[in-house]
Design a protein around this ligand. Structure first.
Ligand code: TRP
Length: 362
C-alpha cells in the first residue's frame, strides 16, 4: 500500500446507487476501476454517490439497500480496500460544505443547458415526447412555469456542482467515466479554471477522462438497440442466477438470419457479436462470424455460447456479492477506513478553499 505517495496521480470515480449493477456497468466501468487499481500506478478513490441519488428522491430504505448493493459489488468485482480508498459520498461532510462554496461561482444558465439536466427536468415534469421542449428556452419556460407539486428540484440543477466537488475536493487527475458523463467532466474543468482565475491561483488542476487501454466500452443491450440499461429484458445483472441469464440471452432480439453470403449485419445481430467479443474468446468470435458470413449460423447456438460465457464471467462475482452483502461487520470496516482516508484529503482541500475565498479565522 502506498497511500501517502504524493507523486502518484489520483484516480477517482463514482457510481450513483440507483439499483444493482449490470454487465454494462461492470464491463464499461467497474472492471476498468479494478484494472487501474491493480496496475498500482495510481492512488485510486472509488465512491458511492448517495447524495447524487437523492436528486431523484428515492425511497430511504431503498437508497440504503442500494448503497449496500454497490459496495458489495465493488468489493466482489475486485476493488480492494487495502489498495483503493472505497467510500460513501455522504461520509465525507466536507463535500457538502464545498458544494455550497463552489455554487457561488456556478451559473444557473450553464446548469440549465446541461443535457442530463434537461433530460431529468423533462422527466420530473412528465414531458415525455423526445423532442418537445428540446430548445433551451422551452425547457426554461416549462421549469419556471411548473406548479410547486410538479417541480424540478434545485439539487437536480446543481448536480454538476456536486460532481465537480467530488472530483476537485480529492484533487483528482483522472476520472474514468462513460460518454454520458463527459459533459459533466467538461463543466468540472470549467469550474476549476474559473475558480483559479477569479482567485488568481493555480490551485486546481483540470481533471481528464481516462479509460484503461482504449476508448470507453459500450455494452449493447439484449433488446436489439442502444446500450445495456435497466429496462426489462435488456440487461443481465451481476447477481442474476445462471438460469435467469440463459433465459434472458435466449430471448435476445435477432433477425430472420442471413440469406446471402457476407450480408451486412442488422443492429440486433451486431449487438450479440459485440457482447460475444466482450465475454468470449477470439476463436469463438471467428467461428460465429464465419458461420454468419456463409449463412450457416444458428442464432440459438450463438446465444448458448454467449450465455455460457456470461455465466462463467459473472458466477464467481455473484457468489462473492452474496457473501459480502451479508457481512455487515466487514462492510462497516471497509467504509470506516475509506471515510477516514477520503476525509483526510478532502478536509485539506476544504481548508485551502475556505482560505482562498477569504473565510479565515480571526
Ligand atoms: N454522475 C455520475 C453518474 O451518474 C456519478 C458521479 C457522481 C461521478 N460524482 C462523480 C462520477 C464524480 C465520476 C466522478 O454516473
Amino acid at each position: 500500500m502506498n497511500m501517502d505517495n504524493n507523486s502518484k496521480k489520483i484516480v477517482l470515480s463514482g457510481i450513483r446507487p440507483t439499483g444493482q449493477l449490470h454487465l454494462g456497468n461492470y464491463l464499461g466501468a467497474l472492471s476498468n476501476f479494478v484494472k487501474m487499481q491493480n496496475e498500482g500506478k495510481y492512488d485510486s478513490y472509488y465512491f458511492i454517490a448517495d447524495l447524487h441519488a437523492l436528486t431523484t428522491n428515492p425511497d430511504p430504505k431503498e437508497l440504503h439497500t442500494n448503497v449496500r448493493h454497490i459496495l458489495a459489488e465493488y468489493l466482489a468485482a475486485g476493488l480492494d480496500p487495502e489498495k483503493s480508498t472505497i467510500f460513501v459520498q455522504s461520509d465525507v461532510p466536507e463535500v457538502s460544505e464545498m458544494y455550497l462554496l463552489l455554487n457561488m461561482h456556478v451559473g444557473i444558465g450553464e446548469l440549465m443547458r446541461t443535457a442530463a439536466f434537461k433530460d431529468k427536468a423533462r422527466k420530473a415534469l412528465g414531458i415525455t415526447a423526445p423532442n418537445q421542449g428540446d430548445d433551451d428556452e422551452d425547457v426554461a419556460k416549462e421549469i419556471i412555469g411548473a406548479s410547486t407539486n410538479k417541480r424540478v428540484n434545485a439539487g437536480l440543477l446543481t448536480y454538476p456542482t456536486l460532481m465537480a466537488v467530488d472530483i476537485l475536493i480529492q484533487r483528482a487527475d483522472f476520472v474514468p467515466v462513460g460518454k454520458d458523463q463527459e459533459q459533466h467532466l467538461e463543466l468540472t474543468r470549467r469550474f476549476a479554471r474559473r475558480f483559479n482565475s477569479f482567485y488568481k491561483t493555480e490551485y486546481f488542476t483540470e481533471p481528464q477522462n481516462f479509460n484503461f487501454g482504449s476508448a470507453p466500452v459500450k455494452v449493447p443491450g439484449l433488446d436489439g438497440s442502444g446500450k445495456m440499461g435497466k429496462s426489462e429484458g435488456n440487461c443481465i445483472y451481476l447477481v442474476d442466477e445462471e438460469k435467469v441469464i440463459r433465459k434472458k440471452v435466449m430471448r435476445a432480439v435477432t433477425d430472420g438470419g442471413p440469406t446471402e453470403p457476407n450480408q451486412p449485419m442488422a443492429e440486433p445481430v451486431q449487438n450479440l457479436f459485440t457482447i460475444l467479443k466482450l465475454v468470449g474468446t477470439p476463436d469463438k468470435v471467428e467461428y460465429f462470424t464465419e458461420a454468419y458470413n456463409n449463412c450457416s449460423i444458428r442464432y440459438g447456438d450463438l446465444k448458448k455460447e454467449i450465455a455460457e460465457d456470461i455465466v462463467a464471467m459473472t458466477t464467481p462475482i455473484r457468489e462473492r456479492i452474496l457473501d459480502i452483502e451479508n457481512d455487515s461487520a466487514y462492510l462497516h470496516r471497509v467504509l470506516e477506513m475509506g471515510a477516514e482516508r477520503a476525509r483526510a484529503r478532502a478536509s485539506k482541500t476544504l481548508a485551502d478553499v475556505r482560505e482562498i475565498m477569504g473565510i479565515t479565522k480571526f
